[in-house]
Ligand binder design. Structure first.
Ligand SMILES: NC(=O)c1ccc[n+]([C@@H]2O[C@H](COP(=O)([O-])OP(=O)(O)OC[C@H]3O[C@@H](n4cnc5c(N)ncnc54)[C@H](OP(=O)(O)O)[C@@H]3O)[C@@H](O)[C@H]2O)c1
Length: 316
C-alpha cells in the first residue's frame, strides 16, 4: 500500500478550514458517526440539515449539540425514513424548498444485520430498501440542487461490501430464497458503493456537471448500528468486539465521511477509510477496493433496475 497522502496520522479534521456559509445535508445524525460528523461540521461553522426518521430523537440531538457547541449553531432537522420511498420523496421536496445550497449530501444512515427477512411498504427487503433504494432516490432527487451548488455526494459504505457475494443478486434482490442478515447487509453496502462509481461514470459521460461522488467507510466504530437492528446474538458478539483493539470511537469513524465532504481535490476513484488492522481502525486514507465493486456492467444494470424500481430518474 502506498504511503498515506495525509501523512502518518492520516486525514484528521484539523485539515477542515472554516466552513461558514457551507451547507451539509446528512442522514442519520441521532447517533454514531452521523452525530459526530454533524457535530464537527457545526463546530467549524457550517449549516447542517439533518434527515432523521425519528423527530423526537432529532429534537434531543439538536439539544445535545446546542449544549455542547452553543445556541448559535445553524442546524435544522427534516423527517425522513429512508426505508419508505414516500418519506424520502417528501423530505427531498422539503429540502429543495427550504435549503438554498448543498455543498455535500452525506449518506450516512443505514441499518444492519436485520435478523429476519422484512419486506417494506415498497415491497423490498428492508436492508436493501433502506441502505440502497432509499439512498438512490434521495441522491437522485437532491442532485439538481447539489449540481447547482457544485457540491458532492458522499456515500458511507462498509468493508462488508467484500464479505458477501461478490456481485448483485439480480435474480433474487429480496433474498426470498436464502435470507442471511449478514449477506444482505453486505449486498446493500456493495450496491451503495457500486452506485458511487457508476454515478461518476455517468457524470463524466454527460460532461456537464461539477458534482463529485465519493465512497468511504468508518472501519469498525463504536456506534449503535448493531444495537438498533441486529439480533441478540450479534449484539452480544459486537459488545465483546468493542473491547478489542479492532474497534475505534464513533468520532474517528466519522473522519472518512468528513474527509470526503470537505477535503479539496480528493481523488474520486479512491475508496476511503481506516488503513490498519484489516481496515477496521487507524489512520484514514485511500485504500484498496476489490475490483467487483467497480464492475461496470453490473453497476449499469443495478442503476437501471434501481431507476425502474423506484420510479425515479436521474437528471444527469
Ligand atoms: N459502526 C460500524 O462499525 C460500521 C461499520 C461499517 C459501516 N458502517 C456504516 O456507518 C454508517 C453509520 O452507522 P453507525 O455505525 O453510526 O450506526 P448508528 O449509530 O446506528 O447510526 C445510524 C443512523 O442511521 C439512522 N437510520 C437508521 N435507519 C434509518 C431510516 N430508515 N431512515 C433514516 N435514518 C435511519 C439511525 O437513526 P435511529 O436513531 O432512528 O435508529 C441513526 O441515526 C452506516 O452507513 C453503516 O452502514 C458502520
Amino acid at each position: 500500500m502506498k504511503n498515506n497522502q495525509f501523512g502518518k496520522k492520516g486525514w484528521t479534521p484539523d485539515r477542515i478550514a472554516n466552513l461558514d456559509g457551507k451547507t451539509y445535508v446528512i442522514t442519520g445524525t441521532t447517533s454514531g458517526t452521523g452525530f459526530e460528523a454533524a457535530k464537527l461540521l457545526l463546530s467549524k461553522g457550517a449549516n447542517v440539515v439533518m434527515l432523521n426518521r425519528n423527530p423526537k430523537k432529532s429534537t434531543q440531538t439538536i439539544a445535545a449539540l446546542k449544549l455542547e457547541l452553543g445556541n448559535h449553531i445553524d442546524v435544522l432537522a427534516i423527517k425522513m425514513d429512508l426505508a419508505e420511498q414516500a418519506s424520502v420523496k417528501k423530505a427531498a421536496a422539503e429540502v429543495l424548498k427550504t435549503v438554498p445550497q448543498i455543498d455535500a449530501l452525506i449518506c450516512n444512515a443505514a441499518i444492519a444485520q436485520v435478523p429476519k427477512q422484512t419486506i417494506t411498504a415498497d415491497g423490498w427487503e428492508s436492508q436493501m430498501a433502506t441502505n440502497h433504494f432509499g439512498n438512490f432516490t434521495l441522491q437522485a432527487l437532491l442532485f439538481p440542487l447539489i449540481d447547482k451548488s457544485n457540491g458532492r455526494i458522499v456515500t458511507v459504505g462498509s468493508m462488508g461490501y467484500n464479505l458477501g457475494i461478490k456481485t448483485i443478486q439480480f435474480d433474487d434482490m429480496n433474498w426470498d430464497k436464502k435470507y442471511s442478515p449478514n449477506g444482505v447487509y453486505s449486498q446493500s453496502k456493495l450496491a451503495q458503493i457500486m452506485c458511487v462509481y457508476e454515478l461518476q461514470n455517468r457524470l463524466q459521460k454527460a460532461g456537464k456537471s461539477n458534482v463529485k461522488a465519493y465512497a468511504c467507510h468508518p472501519g469498525a466504530s463504536n456506534t449503535s448500528l448493531i444495537k438498533t437492528s441486529g439480533s441478540l446474538m450479534t449484539r452480544f458478539i459486537w459488545q465483546l468486539m468493542k473491547l478489542s483493539p479492532l474497534v475505534q470511537s464513533a468520532e474517528k469513524g466519522a473522519y472518512p465521511q468528513l474527509m470526503c465532504a470537505t477535503e479539496s481535490d480528493l481523488d474520486q476513484s479512491g475508496f476511503y477509510g481506516p488503513t490498519k488492522r484489516m481496515h477496521t481502525v487507524g489512520p484514514v486514507g485511500a485504500h484498496k477496493l476489490e475490483p467487483h465493486a467497480k464492475d461496470k456492467e453490473v453497476a449499469q444494470r443495478l442503476w437501471e433496475i434501481s431507476e425502474k424500481e423506484t420510479g425515479v430518474t436521474w437528471n444527469i
